[in-house]
Design a protein around this ligand. Structure first.
Ligand code: E4P
Length: 217
């Protein structure tokens, strides 16, 4: 499973990128707002740092306007994936932009039917939002399983990009289901390294090393 980082925080991306943990980046208008930076400037900086797809989201609601914005965003770098919402207009924009050879990430997906439409429209990525479904007491991971089954039934090549990930547990569950990509905030990716038994075991080893007077360098 590929790891995308769900942030526009360039320092956080750089730290994970140096560790080889970044196969791509996803942003959205809320993350751009949080960064406090200009969308063109920060997106360019991210694209220069990361070789994989970098999702940049349109803000228009009409297909023609989304297409114009998508073309503009795609000028930033070759690795831009234009992010469009899963609306009828978004699907129209997806078809036009993918036909032009651009990567398109169809976002705000909350049902298997929406994912089916995005695949038919040629989406490069479909972004089902796990956490926002969980918030409504609907199991977001079930949606990932349903989309995996449907795409495999018909050989759709659209990549399942599990989004709105809130916990390290979501990451391993997505990997078990077979999501192609999971995009998570930097904190969630780092939390994947944590285990209480690791901390406990390390405490003991540190104590025993002191008692044994072990010196290595
Ligand atoms: C990424 O593509 C999505 O925009 C993001 O994962 C949404 O996450 P949230 O539901 O935590 O805002």
């Amino acid at each position: 499973m590929k790891f995308f980082v769900d942030t526009a925080d360039t320092k956080a991306i750089a730290e994970l990128n140096d560790l080889g943990m970044v196969d791509g980046v996803t942003t959205n208008p809320s993350l751009i707002l949080k960064s406090g930076r200009d969308i063109h400037e920060v997106t360019k900086e991210i694209c220069d740092m990361v070789s994989g797809p970098v999702s940049a989201e349109v803000i228009a609601l009409k297909a023609d306007d989304m297409i114009a914005e998508g073309r503009k965003l795609a000028e930033i770098a070759d690795n831009i994936a234009v992010k469009v919402p899963l609306t009828w207009d978004g699907l129209k924009a997806c078809k036009v932009l993918t036909d032009e050879g651009k990567m398109v990430n169809v976002t705000l997906c909350f049902s298997a039917n929406q994912a089916l439409l995005a695949a038919k429209a040629g989406a490069t990525f479909i972004s089902p939002f796990i956490g926002r479904l969980d918030d409504l007491n609907i199991d977001g991971l079930d949606l990932i399983s349903d989309i995996r089954e449907i795409y495999d039934n018909y050989g759709f090549e659209t990549n399942i990009l599990a989004a709105s990930i809130r916990s390290a547990n979501h990451m391993s569950e997505c990997a078990k289901i077979g999501a192609d990509v999971a995009t998570a905030p930097p904190g969630v990716i780092k939390a994947m390294a944590n285990h209480l038994l690791t901390d406990k075991g390390l405490d003991q080893f540190v104590k025993d090393a002191k008692e044994a007077g072990i010196k290595i360098v």
